[in-house]
Every structure is written in structure tokens, then in C-alpha cells.
Design a protein around this ligand. Structure first.
Ligand code: AMP
Ligand code: MG
Length: 321
């Protein structure tokens, strides 16, 4: 990494997250364009406000198809493809359950089981109908809601990378609160912290060094509440309607596109490390770091990153060793 004085950091709060842009030249105008681009996509994708293109689709559920802009259509199509395989824990129609649980928002509590049961009937990805010619999306059942929260940041991180590249930036980094996308390899690579789960915002379990790669983490420690001694976090199991419960505290994915990373963290979270590793055997472009509750750090492979352990209470299991 270059000496700190040559790094220019620009920050903002967007999409409910701290956003950090790092450049090696001072360029406020470019930083402004980056933040405007993020805002533009947030306005299209958000479901945390009354209005957005995705909210227009949701409001028309059970009534009529809605024509959307190319970016929204592309992202919904991609999220649907990730949701349809039977073994997938990714579900773009998880919206009604996310809204009911309110995890990470005020008023979160465990909903009655009967309500969860009811909501599961309107969270079927098969009920999303796309029409490529019209670029329209139709949610076939009343009450259905698309939620792109698990994928939007990845898509946006890639668009920021494209903008930086088009602007002549050779080395830079964008961090959208858990989704990091990098350009170039300043002094051999970018060092990205792997957070130590449930240990405060600055505690690190390790460091990941990459060049021209995205690093995306999904963790149960990011957003959760506790009730009756149990922890409920924000990644829901579409099969049960309750938070995914397995041996994992977090999953990090290293990939070229942050969109892939964002999808795969959810897929791998749902699969767990054992099954996840078998899926990854067919995908040399996707690499994962699983952090388990029993303090293991499992590296699926190390083709495109270097890993340094920073906390001795963890044990590294390197599947390529
Ligand atoms: P991420 O931070 O990328 O892991 O995404 C978490 C967000 O995705 C949640 O806050 C929800 O908005 C949404 N979400 C929760 N569970 C799922 C799921 N099983 N499939 C797709 N999106 C989900
Ligand atoms: Mg994700």
C-alpha cells in the first residue's frame, strides 16, 4: 500500500451505509460523480422508501406488469435466476418477510409462526413474470414484494468501478459498507480487513489482499436483534421464513464482479461450508472465506487473494493446502 499521504479518501452516507472512496489523486469532481451515481441507483432500487421503480413493481403486485428501466430489469432478471434453483437460499421475493421481521429497524421482534407461514405463500420466485420485449415485471400474487437488498450494492459497486475505469483511474477502491470493489494493485495489492464477528466495528480476524477484485462479506453480526436469549439476524431462510441458522458467522466472497460476490455470499450462507465448498469446486472464478461460530476460517482456495490471520483465537483451514 502507498504511504497514507498519497491516498485521498472521500466518504458519504448512502443506502443507510457509510460509503468510502479511495483514490490516488485529488479529484472532488470525480468523487461527486461517484456519489451521484450511487444515489441514482439507490433511487431506482430502494424498498425502504415509499417510491422507487422497484416499489412501483411491488405496488402493482397481483394487478399488472410494470415496465422498468434497463438497470432495474437487468438486476431483477439476475436476482430471479439466482432464486429459481431448488437448492438456492437466495430469494428476490423475500420482501414481505423482511418487512415483517423489521430486523435492523425499530420495532423488530419475532413474528407469530402463523404469520410467517402465511407470508411464505407470497414469497415464491416462480410467481415473478418477466417480459423481455416490454422490459416489464409482474408479481402474480397480491402482497408480493421484491427486495434487492442482497444484490443491489454488488451491482452498484461494479458500476462505480466502470465509471472510475472510464475516467482513467487505474488504482482505486469503493467500499459500499461490506461490498468492496478494487481497481489496480497499489504496491502489490489492496488490503481489506476481514471483520471479527461480534467484536466491535474495528476488530479484525484477518486481512485479505487483492488486486482488481471484489470482496463482499455477509455476516450475521451486521444486523440483528436478541429476544429471549436468541439472536435473530437479517439473512432469512426462504424455506422456513426464519433467519438462516447454521455453523456460520460470516461468508466473504472474492470475485471479479461484486454482483457475483453479493449473490454468492447469500448462496453460500444458505449452503453452509460443507456443501458450499462442493459448489465452489465448479466455479474457479468464485472464492470464499467462511468464518464459523467455532472460530474456524475456511478458505475455499487462494487463486486471487492472499490471507493473513490477525487473531490467534481463530484457526485457518486452507482447502488448497
Ligand atoms: P446482504 O447484506 O447482501 O447479505 O443482504 C442482506 C439483505 O438481503 C437483507 O437485509 C434483506 O433485505 C435481503 N435478504 C434477506 N434474506 C434474503 C434471502 N434469503 N434472499 C435474498 N435476499 C435476502
Ligand atoms: Mg449479498
Amino acid at each position: 500500500m502507498p504511504a497514507d499521504e498519497s491516498v485521498y479518501s472521500y466518504s458519504a452516507v448512502l443506502m443507510g451505509s457509510p460509503i468510502l472512496l479511495k483514490l490516488f489523486q485529488r479529484d472532488e469532481a470525480l468523487a461527486g460523480r461517484v456519489f451521484n451515481l450511487i444515489k441514482h441507483y439507490e433511487d431506482l432500487f430502494t424498498v425502504n422508501r415509499a417510491d422507487s421503480e422497484v416499489m412501483r413493481v411491488n405496488r402493482a403486485a397481483g394487478r399488472e406488469p410494470v415496465t422498468v428501466s434497463p438497470a432495474v430489469y437487468q438486476l431483477i432478471k439476475c436476482a430471479l435466476a439466482a432464486s429459481l434453483p431448488a437448492a438456492s437460499a437466495f430469494n428476490l421475493t423475500i420482501g414481505p418477510l423482511v418487512k415483517r421481521w423489521r430486523i435492523g429497524f425499530q420495532g423488530d421482534s419475532v413474528p407469530p409462526a402463523a404469520e410467517i407461514e402465511d407470508l411464505l405463500t407470497i414469497t415464491r420466485p416462480q410467481d415473478v413474470q418477466l417480459d423481455d420485449a416490454r422490459r416489464s415485471v409482474f408479481l402474480a400474487r397480491k402482497g408480493m414484494e421484491i427486495d434487492l437488498g442482497a444484490i443491489a450494492k454488488g451491482y452498484i459497486a461494479d458500476r462505480v468501478r466502470d465509471l472510475l475505469r472510464q475516467s482513467g483511474v487505474e488504482e482505486g477502491l469503493i467500499n459500499l459498507g461490506g461490498n468492496v470493489q478494487t481497481l489496480g494493485a497499489p504496491r502489490g495489492g489492496w488490503s481489506i480487513g476481514l471483520k471479527k464477528p461480534f467484536a466491535g466495528p474495528d476488530a479484525l480476524a484477518g486481512a485479505i489482499e487483492v488486486a482488481n477484485k471484489s470482496v463482499v462479506t455477509s455476516g450475521t453480526y451486521e444486523r440483528y436483534f436478541e429476544q429471549d436469549g436468541r439472536r435473530y439476524h437479517h439473512i432469512l431462510d426462504p424455506r422456513t421464513g426464519y433467519p438462516l441458522d447454521n455453523v456460520l458467522d460470516s461468508v466473504t466472497v472474492i470475485s471479479t464482479d461484486s454482483l457475483d460476490g453479493d449473490i454468492w455470499t447469500t448462496l453460500l450462507y444458505g449452503a453452509g461450508p460443507e456443501r458450499g465448498l462442493t459448489w465452489l469446486a465448479d466455479r474457479p472464478d468464485i472464492e470464499a472465506i467462511f468464518v464459523t461460530k467455532s472460530r474456524e476460517i475456511i478458505l475455499s482456495s487462494r487463486r486471487h487473494f492472499r490471507f493473513t490471520l490477525l487473531d490467534d483465537s481463530y484457526r485457518v483451514i486452507d482447502c488448497t493446502a
